[in-house]
Design a protein around this ligand. Sequence first.
Ligand code: AMP
Length: 456
Amino acid sequence: MIEIEKATTEKSTTEEPIDIKPKKPSKIQTLRGFQDLLPDFQDYYTMIKKAVRHRGRQSGFKRITTPIMEETAVFSRSLGESSDVVSKEMFTMTSRSGKLMTLKPEATAGIVRAYIEHGMHTLPQPVQLYSIEPQFRYDRPQKGRFRQFHQVDFEVLGMKDPSIDAQMIHMAYKILEDLQISDRVDIQINSLGSAENREEYMEALRDFFFDKKQHLSEDSQARLEINPLRILDSKDEDDQILVSMAPKLKDFLSPESKAFYETVKDYLRELNIPFYENEGLVRGLDYYCDTVFEIWDKSQGAQNAIGGGGRYDGLAELLGGVPTPGVGFAMGVERIVGHMKDSGIKPASKDNVQFFVAQLGEEGKKKALKITTNLRDLGFHALGGMGKSSMKAQLKMADKSGARWAIILGEIEVRENKAILRDMKLGKQEIIPLENIEQTVIERLGEKPDIYTLGD
Ligand code: AMP
């Protein structure tokens, strides 16, 4: 558990000569692993949110937002004390009253806490929820790995059926298809069986590795103590050789879990979703049972996976609720954006500027302000050079803004009740009357207005 460093307010005790020159304040930058999501990123993010909302709506999902911070127990009880997330990656701090609080490292535990807290088990089941939220993990920052990242997340609670698991994988795949990157991913699936099956299997693994411990990597030796399942997804070559000789999880699945898994796969084939069975896939968190799946980068495998999820039938009880089956998945927004960029996908952006209104003099400025806001009200994208810059400087701004047309209100034009309309693409210009100028320029543009209604 990482304690957030406390800001120190202590003064240095060594006396230093007083520096009379005022010091230029140093630049402050984002914290390591944190990043600004700049406008270029937002265009991709908007596209992802659109796909998520669209697909969610089609299947009856409702949006939920849980707090960014929860009582630490929400995560430590759900994910397991031995999971990497809880043992190494949580941003935890202590409240003034001494309560441990953690910035959410993943979405499921908070959503299940909310399901219990709001008595959602009394609603018609299943309850289907999705969220688009920032998450926080004290990961070692590197390409595609941040300390604040964003996840889209889908959860179905209150009903257990293999068709729901298949629909979740279908949903994840469809979103990636909408975003044109489904050909860059591989879906890996496995079954962990019931909690009892898993316990028995872990016991068998402990027995198997008992006299081979010294041949395991340091990480896996530690895993043997706390969660031997995690040895299965070790990247170490020697570990992998031993794992290939170890008992197999599938031999420990109960007949019900086996049948459940077979049906999930059957449904996936029916839905034409390509997948790979991966006996080593265990997911890092304790709450999973039966179906688990991950969405891997085709070229990098498990490294920088795009998403993952699975079934968590025992989780609600761990958090003090009634027994409630559940299944869900999350996908990382930054990683999706990375794939979209790598495959040259240009997100549609409505941020184009259509008109730039340039002006000179008090009267010109008043008129320009009116024309600019009128154009906006009519559904067009209009910017105005509202400062006191020269006409030359304003036209430079118009050019930089990418405006299709510039409307120029010089002092002479305004006096004569006219304006200059400049075609920024062709470099041609004409004089037009100020009267009904909005209609004239909209006609020249020949584009539909960008309007929204609150009912959209
Ligand atoms: P996990 O539950 O750990 O499998 O996370 C689900 C998805 O969230 C991953 O497949 C990634 O796409 C994304 N993700 C997890 N951790 C990070 C991180 N530190 N930085 C960026 N994305 C992440």
